[in-house]
Design a protein around this ligand. Structure first.
Ligand code: BGC
Length: 883
């Protein structure tokens, strides 16, 4: 459609407005506000866009309620004032799409900065002002532009170079240092990333990072230096390309090649699991500065080239995101000091010390203490988790490791010269720096504490991939753990770029038979993956589509998903998938592995058929819908036991899974549900017995009050039990174990139920057919003794917020709905015979009647003891009153 359609749209809008009571009020000082929250491929002003057609999203503002976007105009410019769209100008594009709009101009060039802005027209055809100007930087889109070579030798590498072509206009460094690197330019660390690049299957993809170094370069002599660590690559190699443009129009390219020099640095040992040994006596002052004499340094060698394709790293880097002070220091033995961080974290400590040269200080990490106050490191298994610092003996020395990280709450310091002052140790929290975008709190303190513990566990397990744990000799991308926690992660953090990368990682392990692996990258576990683990591939793609409206993910991975489903289909025997290695992992009551596998087989097929429908692949849609129906019938035939009235072993998980995806025919549903409730309430005195798979779906299958009782339970097994026993991150097992073996105290997987806080307690969700929160559902959970709850999530359209509180007469619900979205609000009438619904002080519904005339409220209906309210964007305050 082109802009000529506007008047027509306007007329039909007026007619529609009259019919629905949709507001038409207009005044001079009201109207659409400049778009904000501009994103290019999920980032604000990103560096290193490695996509030919990046997508743009923006959030809209409007002074009036009930507004949608009628049209937009995007300008992409080579000029920072972005006056004209010399690169791309959409003109007035009639469309209500304000998220994931694909770039449609000519080919973007590599290594360039583009500027963009956007404005929109509302449904009254009123234009907004333009947004602020944003920018994005392209990476090396054309691999032929890579001139650099992979080099290696020792763990310090450097070269000097001269910039004498006049004033520098723009300079970028493209760098991948494997396993990890620290980049230094003229004596400064470049950027704030640590443990970079993110882990990938290196023979498929290697990620490089992009840094703007315009301000770090000097006219004249310069020096670039790189420290390398082994990381997950277990070896070292560097590729670096610096591209400098001068005001004069000249260009200079500095690359990693034979001209670089190398020598061993102060890091004499480094390993992700075991820690780092740093010998400060080996430091080489000035090595990363211009003017340094590297005559005695050795020549570098060309490295065995990693096989993977170089791609720009388009996820937030791992960073030190927080510094924490220890809460206490004890001295269990002479010369041994233990600091308690008060919180289980992932990262390391920064230590300061002064003392004689050669003093060797040892930092050992642990999640637990023995009753006598000594470190309990049994659950670290083979991970040494130990950093050593050897003093150079010059004044106050400060140290933090570079190429390792630990999962710990306690750190033991020994060998320290004298008694370490309380402030000589500080905790550094290190993980992928995803932005927190969600918030939740309510009147039940235990739930708030759980939310806190869930989030600590989740974020400290984001290390370029979602890991299972952060402390022991594992820290793998177990796919089961990844899909179970993904939805709750997406409600709390901006996870879009992170999971886009991880989905690519999954695709990287897929073989030509469609098989994927239990862990990604594949180190542990098996190929083919346990079906309850492999399901992460379809599941994560689907969540990306649901949460962020990411259609590109489901398009790009469609063939991979289909190949995966076809593989498991080939393994199934009469629609039953028997193979299973872990099933309902860590459960208290066992569920047949084949039941769990067949459940996920059905789920995968269902996701694939939904995606096929969305993408208009009609034949596949029909094939997989039919296959889904067949699996559904077979599941029931195979696992339902008419004697018990339950599925499988009649365990909670067996019945939860059957109920969750509606695998039970209607006539037995009541019985199955009854079995589940009986088991929870009477057999187990209001406790669960589920493993990780059943737990995720449990609260969505049972009613609010029972879910509330289970989630606020404090005796074993429950989350409350963990918290009362001092957990600051979730345990791997329901049991309180402190011995050796599989017993991590930071496993985020059981925090999957964190979705319930948002969806069921606060009540923010979206319609079945909505994606990206275009059609919001609000259904506050006024149950049990909850007095209030509030929460907020950030969709690409903007923030969705709900706060509710019980009042003497009923309740009050405050809402905020982004422009360009609509919402359906479900409010119970709480047994009132004559419910009166007030909004902002005026009645909107009374005695069975919807009173029109309030901006943004399109309809109120009373159905099945609840009021169903249709609203548009804006802020609202609803109150329920009446007798
Ligand atoms: C991991 C789990 C993982 C499991 C597979 C464990 O070692 O820590 O979280 O999902 O293996 O069963």
């Amino acid at each position: 459609m082109k802009s000529s359609a506007a008047p027509l749209m306007f007329v039909s809008f007026v007619i529609l407005s009259v019919l629905t009571g949709f507001p038409l009020s207009q005044s001079m000082d009201t109207g659409p506000e400049a778009p904000s929250g501009l994103r290019c491929e999920y980032f604000e002003n990103p560096m290193g866009i490695d996509i030919e057609k990046p997508r743009f999203s923006w959030a809209l503002g409007h002074t009036e309620r009930g507004r949608i976007q009628f049209a937009y105009q995007i300008i992409v410019s080579s000029d920072k004032e972005a006056e004209k769209g010399d690169i791309w100008d959409t003109g007035k594009e009639i469309s209500d799409t304000s998220v994931q709009v694909e770039y449609g101009g000519g080919d973007l060039e590599s290594n360039r900065t583009y500027f963009w802005k956007v404005r929109y027209w509302d449904d009254l055809d009123k234009p907004s002002p333009y947004s602020d100007i944003h920018k994005f930087d392209t990476a090396i889109l054309d691999s032929d532009l890579w001139e650099a070579k992979w080099i290696s030798k020792h763990n310090l590498l450097r070269r000097s170079f001269i910039c004498d072509q006049g004033k520098i206009r723009r300079a970028r460094i493209y760098v991948a240092g494997l396993g990890y690197y620290e980049l230094r330019l003229n004596g400064h660390k470049v950027g704030t990333s640590v443990l970079d690049p993110a882990w990938t299957t290196y023979d498929k993809h290697v990620l490089y990072s992009v840094y703007d170094v315009t301000d770090l370069l000097l006219e004249g002599d310069n020096a670039v230096g790189v420290m390398l660590g082994k990381g997950w690559y277990k070896s070292t190699a560097l590729i670096l390309q610096m591209m400098i443009s001068f005001e004069s129009g000249e260009e200079l390219i500095i690359t990693s090649d034979e001209s670089w020099k190398s020598r061993p640095g102060p890091i004499v040992q480094d390993s992700v699991y075991d820690g780092e040994v740093y010998d400060a006596r080996l430091e080489i002052p000035g090595w990363d500065k211009p003017g340094f004499d590297a005559a005695l340094w050795e020549e570098v060698e060309s490295a065995i080239t990693p096989q993977g394709v170089l791609r720009a790293q388009m996820i937030p880097p791992i960073r030190v995101v927080e510094t924490i002070q220890p809460v206490s220091r004890t001295n269990p033995r002479p010369g041994v000091f233990i600091y308690d961080m008060g919180q289980n974290i992932s990262g390391w400590v920064e230590m300061t010390a002064s003392g004689p040269r050669d003093t060797r200080i040892r930092l050992r990490h642990a999640e637990l203490l023995y009753p006598d106050g000594e470190l309990n490191r049994e659950n670290l298994r083979q991970a040494k988790a130990e950093d050593v610092y050897i003093l150079k003996g010059k004044g106050k020395e400060s140290y933090q490791p570079r190429f390792t990280y630990h999962g710990f709450r306690y750190v033991e310091v020994s060998g320290y010269p004298g008694t370490p002052p309380q402030d000589s140790i500080r905790g550094k929290v290190v993980h992928t720096s995803v932005e927190q975008t969600g918030a939740f709190s309510c009147s039940t303190e235990l739930l708030n504490r759980m939310q806190k513990v869930f989030l600590w566990g989740l974020r400290t397990n984001l290390h370029g991939i979602p890991t299972d744990c952060s402390q022991r000799d594992e820290r793998m991308g177990w796919l089961g753990d990844a899909h179970l926690t993904a939805e709750m992660a997406m409600l709390n953090f901006d996870m879009a770029a992170f999971y886009s990368k991880f989905i690519q990682d999954i695709s990287d392990v897929q073989d030509n038979r469609g098989r994927i692996t239990d862990t990604v990258p594949h180190i542990w576990g098996q190929r083919p993956a346990d079906p309850a683990w492999g399901t992460a591939y379809p599941m994560l793609c689907w969540y990306m589509y649901k949460q962020y409206g990411d259609r590109r993910i489901i398009e790009d991975h469609y063939d991979g998903l289909k190949a995966y489903v076809e593989f498991i289909r080939g393994q199934a025997n009469k629609n039953i998938l028997e193979y299973s290695y872990y099933g309902d992992w860590i459960a208290i009551d066992q569920t047949p592995g084949s039941l769990v596998s067949t459940f996920f087989y059905y789920y995968d097929v269902k996701i694939l058929s939904d995606i096929a429908e969305i993408l208009g692949r009609d034949i596949d849609f029909r094939t997989y819908s039919k296959l889904g129906d067949d699996i559904r019938s077979s599941f029931h035939a195979e696992f339902y036991n008419p004697e018990t009235g339950g599925y499988g072993t009649n365990s909670q998980t067996s019945n939860i899974l059957a109920l969750y995806l509606d695998l039970t025919p209607k006539n037995v549903r009541g019985r199955v549900y009854g079995n589940l409730i009986r088991d929870i309430l009477y057999e187990r005195n209001t406790h669960l017995s589920t493993g990780i798979m059943g737990t995720k779906y449990l609260p969505e299958v049972i009613d609010f009050s029972l879910a509330y009782d289970l989630l606020t339970q404090t005796s074993y097994p429950s989350w409350g039990y963990m918290l009362l026993n001092g957990a600051t991150t979730l345990w791997e097992l329901w049991q309180n174990k402190t011995g050796p073996g599989m017993n991590s105290h930071n496993h985020p997987m059981l925090g999957s139920v964190g979705t319930w806080f948002y969806r069921n307690v606060v009540g923010i969700d979206q319609a079945e057919d909505s994606f990206g929160y275009k059609k919001i559902h609000i259904r506050p959970g006024f149950g049990r003794d909850l007095k209030f709850a509030e929460g907020r999530i950030r969709s690409l359209y903007g923030a969705v917020a709900c706060r509710w509180i019980k009042t003497d007469s009923g309740y009050r619900v405050q809402l905020s709905i982004p422009v360009n979205c609509t919402a359906e609000v479900f409010l119970p009438i709480l047994g009132k015979r004559k419910p009166i619904l007030i909004e902002g002080g005026s009645p909107v519904y009374t005695s069975d009647r919807f009173l029109t005339g309030i901006d943004g409220i399109k309809m109120v209906d009373e159905k099945e003891n609840q009021l169903i309210i249709q609203i548009g964007s804006g802020r609202y305050v609803f109150e329920l009153k009446g007798e």
